[in-house]
Design a protein around this ligand. Sequence first.
Ligand code: MN
Length: 250
Amino acid sequence: MDKRKFLKISGAAAAGIMVSPLISCGNASSNSSEMIKGDSAAGPSIMTEFKQATLGFDYAALEPHIDAKTMEIHFSQHHAGYVRKLNNALTESPEFEANNIENVLARVVAGQTGIRNNAGGHYNHSLFWECLTPGGSEKPNGKLAEAISSGFGSQEKFEDAFFKSAKTRFGSGWAWLTADKEGKLAISSTPNQDNPMMKNIVKEGGTPILGIDVWEHAYYLKYQNMRGDYINAFMDIVNWDTVAAKYALV
Ligand code: MN
């Protein structure tokens, strides 16, 4: 097996591990190790504690596209912080009891700042890690490639439009490739840690199947103010197999 193929397969296996918390971590009947169910005898307070999934590769594995120090800080400090603060925020909001992360995103309203920022922060970063693989992958094929062609004209035109969305997001935020229930694709962008699934907050909705973090913490150590160079590097290490798998589930 050549190295590239091995990387693709191991990347997909890692993605498989990391898909699970997004899909299952809030199901009250789930046995997923990604969710810790509280002691029901403790009362009606928080019943679900979100946990960060293991990163499917070493911090240095995305070099030279994303440097190890950025990965370490981003994963172990930024993302971990969102998870910790989300769990804290949920203790104050029992109405979210036993809901999964998608449900939290769907139900949160603008004034619930702690849950809005930290549920978004947890979900967004989980998706971000899943969509990356050391060395990158082959470009999409099959149904995803067809949807990209019909939605944007070609893979190249999609990448240009996605680049533009990520590059022009003012301040901190994300650019997304989303799919609607009919499988139609769209590109959108949100500020801060907002997410297209926050239907009470975000106008351009849909299910995100690819997202790029354009907060400066995602790239500044290596790229400083050259956000465009970071976006291009990101595009080279997208795991299109994971994106296609997510598209198939929408
Ligand atoms: Mn980030």
